[in-house]
Design a protein around this ligand. Structure first.
Ligand code: SF4
Ligand code: SF4
Length: 326
């Protein structure tokens, strides 16, 4: 039995913005929805989302004798979305004045940052409780992390399918430590969703990818089209204003539109962790700047950011295609 309040305090000292701890269990009530979402093809053929359904629902299949899920949340809100989500001056020239980049992609890759923080927290826990065994997760294993965040009392899943923290909004990232020891007490699951009658995110999505509240069709989502490496070719063919596929609407990597309109983000505090500081300013980079960027400069300026997942060549092909067809 270990002290939940002590772990929460250590999580905050590690740099997380919030932390909650849930009792480990199978999330059986999520199964029907998840199976239906997959059956409708909303996962856009991303096979890793189809695999390990059982493990997704039950962390004890990932960590032997799992008892507790420590959910850590950190804000990466750098405010750049206020600029990048302004309406396009001319939808016929979507890359002007500058290709749009999702705000999280301007900083060092969060997988690395959060993994280091989780390992540090687990190390601290094990110093005081050497009997603890556990595993750290950050978007890298089949775990329903947004559901676990609601279980741990950190927020609710908004109609755009993202976790919304009542204090930090939705520009947040999650990491989890699943351990094999029970806590002295657990968080109360977040009591309700607070979207109410709002549907701003549904109305703001230019591709209608939020097909119903909490139902995202990844086939239409710009984030999926521009981030996942296997779909980069699809994004290239969708980048032209002549394309009949779902448009990219000036987004070169990621998309922040449905978050930018959320009332819970308008006054949310900015990030405090230096690791989330933007490494470049996308509004200063025109399409021509991107097209002439050398691999060396890309590596120096953006080599630690998530843009590497797509690669400079793919980013430039996306931009070049639009240029050729004009
Ligand atoms: S990220 Fe962009 S494309 Fe995807 S649902 Fe939100 S607004 Fe739509
Ligand atoms: S924009 Fe409105 S409906 Fe969408 S997540 Fe935010 S509060 Fe919920």
């Amino acid at each position: 039995m270990i002290e939940a309040d002590w772990i929460r305090q250590k999580a905050l000292e590690t740099g997380f913005s919030d932390c909650g701890i849930a009792r480990c269990r199978r999330l059986h009530e999520r199964e029907e929805n998840l199976v239906a979402w997959l059956a409708e093809g909303n996962h856009a053929g991303l096979s890793y989302l189809e695999r390990n359904l059982d493990k997704r629902l039950d962390p004890s299949l990932l960590v032997e004798n799992a008892q507790s899920v420590i959910v850590c949340l950190v804000s990466y809100n750098n405010g750049t979305w206020k600029e990048s989500c302004r309406p396009l001056p001319d939808p016929q020239t979507p890359w002007k004045p500058a290709p749009r980049i999702a705000s999280y992609a301007l900083a060092r890759d969060y997988h690395q940052t959060i993994k280091e923080m989780l390992f540090s927290l687990l190390g601290t826990i094990r110093q005081r409780y050497p009997e603890v065994s556990g595993r750290c997760f950050t978007d890298t294993a089949p775990l329903l992390e947004k559901s676990w965040a609601t279980e741990a009392g950190l927020g609710w899943i908004g109609k755009n399918s993202l976790l919304v923290s009542p204090r930090f909004g939705s520009f947040v990232l999650l990491g989890e430590i699943v351990i094999d020891v029970p806590m002295d007490h657990y968080a109360t699951p977040f009591p309700e969703e607070r979207c109410g009658n709002c549907r701003r995110c549904l109305d703001a999505c230019p591709n209608g990818a939020i097909v119903a509240p909490c139902r995202l069709d990844l086939r239409k989502c710009i984030s999926r089209l521009t981030i996942e490496r296997p779909t980069c070719t699809e994004a290239i063919s969708n980048s032209s204003s002549h394309s009949t596929g779902p448009g990219l609407h000036g987004w070169l990597f990621g998309c922040d539109l449905c978050q930018s309109v959320c009332p819970h983000n308008q006054h949310a505090p900015l990030y405090t962790l230096p690791a989330f500081a933007p490494l470049f300013r996308p509004e200063e980079m025109t399409r021509e700047t991107w097209l002439t960027l050398s691999p060396e400069t890309f590596g120096t300026r953006m080599g630690s950011t998530p843009l590497v997942r797509c690669g400079l060549e793919n980013l430039q092909q996306r931009l070049a295609r639009d240029a050729r067809e004009k």
